[in-house]
Design a binder for this molecule. Structure first.
Ligand SMILES: [Zn+2]
Ligand SMILES: [Zn+2]
Length: 343
């Protein structure tokens, strides 16, 4: 599933993977307990993949899964281009960390992760891709490397373009005190015309889109959208939808409902203004994606500026540690692991 069309930064393909179904719980709180056992990587991961004839569950060695997750973020044609290939090291660490933290997310269905943006986008190798390409090199070069906070693998969320400042997870989804998912400045994305977007919607289309989801059902009449609150950077936190009924929702819920109806390039972020022009609403904003965690565009610019993967990750996930952890023995059968509290 592609959720970002390609502009000048064509190495980004999905760009909005890894949004948690529920807010990431606070590792700060979890970390007050002894972090035992120490973090490790599973030998294999069970992934449900879409396939002709219906979905299948694949059991993959952990780094084969990570490679597919990295490839899902990259266009095959850009794999040999510098500096994009060097940015893949960062993506490999983030994708591996995300997988380790979310193992067993679909345990009730008999697998660990799905291959969509619900978990993390994964795709198998395409023609011409193989062990010699840049994605495979990046996965090998970062083998065993994950980000931890107080002894636990972190919720390594990422997005395409922060627009100049990342968003705190707590302001987007609530319910977390994970300090490493706080808002940080990103000078590499600030004041960049390509970060800007706009989207026009007719009142009638807005009404249909909002009524298609139970969380935003406003009834027969649509009147307006108001930004009820913003974070310190200017991202909308909550919006009020005024129609036959008046409803307040988190801005990220509004974005999800709008992108479901109009596609991922409609309301690209929650950092937006809205003005009315007759029966039309014009949304104009900055950035692409939920804005939490690692910014892929900023990562690319930082690689160009000769920052190391460790420096880049320390910027976007403050207070975390980049460490190499062991891989567990092969699991004989799938036995869903209890998801550790706080992960
Ligand atoms: Zn999933
Ligand atoms: Zn950025």
């Amino acid at each position: 599933m592609l959720c970002l069309s390609l502009g000048a930064f064509a190495w980004l393909v999905s760009g909005c993977a890894s949004r948690p179904a529920r807010p990431p719980a606070g590792d700060a709180a979890a970390g007050r307990r002894p972090a035992w056992p120490p973090p490790s990587l599973p030998a294999t991961i069970k992934v449900r993949v879409s396939a002709p004839g219906g979905p299948r569950v694949l059991t993959l060695p952990v780094d084969e899964y990570v490679l597919g997750a990295v490839r899902a973020e990259v266009l095959p044609s850009t794999l040999r281009a510098e500096p994009a290939s060097r940015a893949l090291d960062v993506q490999a660490i983030v994708s591996r960390t995300y997988a380790a933290a979310n193992l067993g997310r679909h345990a009730a269905d008999g697998y660990d992760l799905c291959d969509t943006t619900h978990c993390q986008v994964y795709r198998p190798a395409a023609a011409g891709e193989g062990p010699a390409d840049a994605a495979a090199r990046a996965v090998r070069a970062t083998r065993g490397r994950v980000l931890t906070f107080e002894g636990r693998v972190i919720q390594a969320l990422f997005h395409a373009d922060c627009g100049g400042r990342t968003a705190a997870a707590v302001s987007v989804w609530g319910g977390t005190d994970a300090s490493y998912l706080d808002s940080v400045e990103d000078v590499f994305c600030a004041r960049r015309p390509a970060s800007s977007w706009s989207f026009d919607a007719e009142e009638s289309g807005m009404r249909r889109a909002l009524n298609a989801d139970a969380r935003t059902r406003i009834g027969d009449r649509f009147r307006r959208v108001e930004i009820a609150s913003r974070d310190s950077a200017g991202r909308a936190l909550s919006v009020t939808l005024v129609g036959s009924k008046t409803i307040s929702v988190r801005a990220e819920v509004f974005r999800a409902v709008m992108t479901q109806a109009f596609g991922p390039r409609s309301i690209r972020s929650t950092w937006f203004e809205v003005v009315r022009d007759g029966t039309r609403l014009r949304f104009s904003g900055l950035g692409f994606g939920h804005g939490v965690g690692l910014c892929q565009h900023g990562t690319l610019r930082r690689v160009e500026a000769r920052q190391t993967p460790a420096e880049i990750l320390a910027h976007y996930f403050p207070g975390t540690r980049l460490q190499t952890v062991p891989t567990e023995p092969v699991r004989p059968d799938f036995a869903p692991r209890p998801v550790a509290p706080g992960q």
